[in-house]
Design a protein around this ligand. Sequence first.
Ligand SMILES: [Zn+2]
Length: 271
Amino acid sequence: MNVFISADMEGICGIFGLHQWESDGHGYKQACEWMLGEVNAAVEGAVQAGATQIVVKDAHCDGNNIDLEKLHPAAELISGWGPLNSMVEGIGPEFNALILIGYHARAATADATFAHTWSRNVLELKVNGTVIGEAEWAAAFAGHFGVPVAMITGDDKLARQVRATIPAGFEFVVTKTGWSFNAARMRPIATVRHEIRETARKVLLEPRRLPVYRPPLPATITVRYRHWEGLHACEAVPNVKRLNVDTFEYTAADFIEAHKYFSTLNRLAKP
Ligand SMILES: [Zn+2]
């Protein structure tokens, strides 16, 4: 069994402030340790379930937060960003399950810690009219290769969102209760890690029953930005329509193409 783990930082137990989120912040080193603690718990659970290949994608900021020396020895690590600029880049049909660690609620979610979608500039991302966040976006990329979602971790607001969008059958481990953009009530950190390990182990024992997230194709993708003043360059992208001052729409044949367009628009949009 091959397991792909994508790790973000905002949904990790203990993380709530910008001093932890940014690599020059005084809480950043500690935040990386906490992130690694949850990643290693998931790797351990996967090993106990019989996983023979485990690949971890470091998917926060510059993709350089996980200390390779301290990563569980059973896992390989993808650091940095590939040409597709995806949080699950490196996944393929050879994987049997996807685990998302430390993910967060989508942009403009009330009382959710670090709620955003890709950049702080994206206010709303829709797939076929349904608002989604980074977790679903990653799940759809994995779904392109037929890889199902096994487990997601993050705050209670993310739990509510993904349970409404991704088909049932995956597990969610709540790491904290979101209170505001920069506040959360943390669960005991040792309990969270224990639950991540145990949940990963149990859910991976039967990977064939896990749900594949596959929104209907071709998919209509709608992206609404916060800063409408800096969107001129986005108009130059072929096959992308500007619906109004802050919103763009395009149709994608699959979720790799959908991601390429989304990533390009985000690079062109000036915050
Ligand atoms: Zn992040």
